[in-house]
Design a protein around this ligand. Structure first.
Ligand SMILES: *Cc1c(COP(=O)(O)O)cnc(C)c1O
Length: 497
C-alpha cells in the first residue's frame, strides 16, 4: 500500500504523496509532514549483518517513498553514499570505554547532516520531475554554520537546483566560514548578513511567504524549497543508520537478533533522535532513546516535568554550537504521536508556545514518552568527558558527541541498565580544535585561532587529515559578500534573474 503523508496541524487530514511532502518542505498550514501510517519493512533483523549500507537504505526508504520507482531510488542512493564517504560502511561503529560509537562524520562536511543531505537533493530533483517539471528548485537556507555547508555540498552541481545560504557574518566559526567560502559548484551561493542567526531565519521565512517574490521567481522558472530538518526528506534517511548500527552490533557478536539496545543522541532540533523513535516504531529493538542536551536544556526539563518552557531562558553559546537551540522544531512530530495523532491538540500546544513561550502536557500524554530518557552536560562536563574517553584508548570525541557520551554514562551509572549502548557520534573532532585540544592537555595550540589549529589536533589525536579539510587550506576562498538583513530578498532576486 502506498505511504501517504499528512500535516501535524491539519484537522482535516489532507493527504499528499511522499514526493509532494519533500517538495513542499513545510505543510501549507505551518505543520510538519508525517506518514499517515508507518509502512511494513520487508526484511528480518537477521538479514542486517549481510546488507551493505546502500542495500539497507533501499529496503528502509522504498516503503516510505512509495511514489518513487525502485530504479529512481537506487540511482539516488548510489549517488548519495559513494566515495564522498571515506569509509565504505558509511557509518561505522567503533568501541570506546565499553560503549559503541556510531560514527556519522565520514562524509564531505564531517558531520552527521551529510547522511541526509547527500541524499535529499537527488530525491528533491526526482520529486520535482513528478510534480512540477517546469520549475527549477531554489533552496533557501538560514544557517548558523553546519546545515548551510552540508546543504551546499549536497546540492552542489545537482542539475535543476540552486542553493542560497545566508549566515550571520559574525556568528559562524572560522572553520565554518572557510568551509562555505571554498564551496565548489556554480549553483551555490553563501552570503553573510550583518545580523544574527535569528535575523537570517526571520528574513528567509519572510521571503518564502512574499507573494511578489514568489511571482517574480516563478516567472523566471524557479520555485523555493527547504533543506532544514523540518523536511521529511531529511528525516527518513536518518532511520537507516539506526538499523545499520544494530546490524554491526550483531556482526561484532555484541548482541543477537531481538536483543534490546540503547541509543544516546546529542540533540538540538530533535531530528536525529526522532529518526531513532521511528526506527523503534518500525520494529527495531530499542530500549531507551537518550536525549542528550547541552546547557540549552529545555528538552531535559520537558521529558522530566512535561513542561516545555522557553520564556525566561537565556540562550547559551556553548562548545557544542549545533545543539545551541531552544525551540526544537521536530519535537512537534513526537507530540503529534503522543497526542494520538490529534492535529487540533498539536496546533493548540504550538500556538501556546509561540504566544506564551510555554506549554504543558498532561499525564496521559507523558505516558507515551516512556521510550525516552533525558539529561544534559555542562561545558565543563563535556570537556571532562572528552578527557575521560581519551584516557581509556586515546579516542577523541568532538564536543557534541561528548555531550551524548556523558549523559549516557550518567544514565548507566544511575540505572544500572546494562543493555548495549550506542552513542551517536555526530561530528569529527577536527571541526572543533579549540574546544578539543585543551581536553587533550594541549592548551597552547588551543589558543591558535581558526583552521590553523587543525593540524595540531590531527597530530595530537593521530587522525589523518581528510581531503575536505586539506581543501580548506589549498582552495582560494571567494571574497565574503555581506548584505543588510533587509536586503536579503533583493539579493535572492538578483541571483535568480
Ligand atoms: C545538527 C547537529 C546536532 C543536532 O541534531 P538534531 O537533529 O538537530 O537534533 C548534533 N550534533 C551535530 C554535530 C550537529 O551538526
Amino acid at each position: 500500500m502506498a505511504t501517504q503523508y499528512w500535516s501535524t496541524r491539519d484537522p482535516e487530514g489532507k493527504k499528499v504523496t511522499a514526493s509532494q511532502a519533500i517538495l513542499n518542505g513545510l505543510a501549507p498550514d505551518g505543520g510538519l509532514y508525517l506518514p499517515v501510517e508507518l509502512p511494513h519493512l520487508d526484511f528480518e533483523l537477521t538479514d542486517l549483518p549481510q546488507l551493505s549500507y546502500q542495500e539497507l537504505a533501499l529496503k528502509v526508504l522504498a516503503p516510505f517513498l512509495s511514489d518513487f520507482t525502485t530504479a529512481e531510488l537506487r540511482e539516488c542512493i548510489k549517488k548519495a553514499y559513494g566515495d564522498q564517504f571515506d569509509d565504505e560502511r558509511i557509518a561505522p561503529v567503533s568501541w570506546h570505554a565499553g560503549n559503541g560509537y556510531l560514527e556519522l562524520f565520514h562524509g564531505p562536511t564531517l558531520a552527521f547532516k551529510d547522511l541526509a543531505l547527500q541524499l535529499m537533493p537527488h530525491l528533491m530533483v526526482a520529486a520535482a520531475k513528478k510534480n512540477d517539471p517546469d520549475h527549477s528548485i531554489v533552496i533557501l537556507t538560514a544557517t548558523s554554520g553546519d546545515t548551510g555547508k552540508a546543504a551546499m555540498e549536497g546540492f552542489a552541481d545537482v542539475p535543476g537546483t540552486k542553493i542560497i545560504v545566508f549566515y550571520p557574518e559574525h556568528g559562524v566559526s572560522p572553520i565554518q566560514r572557510q568551509q562555505m567560502l571554498t564551496q565548489r559548484g556554480k549553483n551555490t551561493f553563501a552570503i553573510g548578513i550583518d545580523g544574527n542567526f535569528d535575523d537570517a531565519q526571520t528574513n528567509v521565512k519572510k521571503i518564502f511567504r512574499d507573494p511578489q517574490v514568489q511571482q517574480t521567481i516563478g516567472d523566471n522558472g524557479y520555485r523555493f524549497s527547504s533543506a532544514n530538518s523540518i523536511n521529511i526528506g531529511r528525516l527518513l534517511p536518518q532511520i537507516v543508520y539506526y538499523f545499520s548500527a544494530y546490524g554491526q552490533l550483531m556482526k561484532a557478536g555484541k548482541i543477537r537478533a531481538g536483543d534490546f539496545v540503547n541509543f544516546s543522541v546529542p540533540t538540538g532540533n530533535f531530528g536525529d533522535i526522532f529518526a531513532g523513535y521511528l526506527a523503534k516504531q518500525l520494529g527495531l529493538p530499542v530500549n531507551k532513546l537518550i536525549c542528550a542536551s547541552n546547557e540549552n536544556n529545555v528538552l531535559t526539563e520537558f521529558f522530566r516535568k512535561g513542561v516545555y518552557d522557553v520564556k525566561d531562558r537565556d540562550f547559551h553559546v556553548t562548545s557544542s554550537p549545533s545543539m545551541d537551540i531552544l525551540v526544537s522544531s521536530n519535537l512537534e512530530r513526537l507530540l503529534f504521536y503522543a497526542l494520538g495523532q490529534n492535529a487540533n491538540k498539536t496546533t493548540k500546544l504550538m500556538k501556546e508556545l509561540q504566544e506564551k513561550g510555554v506549554y504543558q502536557i498532561d499525564q496521559q500524554t507523558r505516558d507515551h514518552l516512556v521510550d525516552f530518557y533525558a539529561g544534559f552536560a555542562t561545558q565543563t562536563e563535556t570537556a571532562e568527558e572528552i578527557k575521560r574517553v581519551y584516557r581509556v584508548d586515546h579516542a577523541v570525541l568532538d564536543p557534541h558527541t561528548a555531550v551524548g557520551s556523558f549523559v549516557a554514562q550518567r544514565y548507566q551509572a544511575a540505572t544500572k541498565d546494562d543493555h548495549q549502548l550506542v552513542v551517536l557520534s555526530t561530528a569529527s573532532p577536527l571541526k572543533f580544535p579549540q574546544a578539543v585540544l585543551p581536553a587533550l592537555g594541549d592548551k597552547d595550540n588551543a589558543k591558535i585561532p581558526g583552521i590553523e589549529a587543525i593540524p595540531f589536533l590531527a597530530s595530537d589525536a593521530n587522525i589523518p587529515i581528510p581531503d575536505s579539510i586539506s581543501r580548506l587550506f589549498n582552495t582560494p576562498s571567494q571574497p565574503e559578500q555581506s548584505v543588510e538583513p533587509d536586503q536579503m530578498a533583493a539579493t535572492v532576486l538578483k541571483i535568480l534573474q
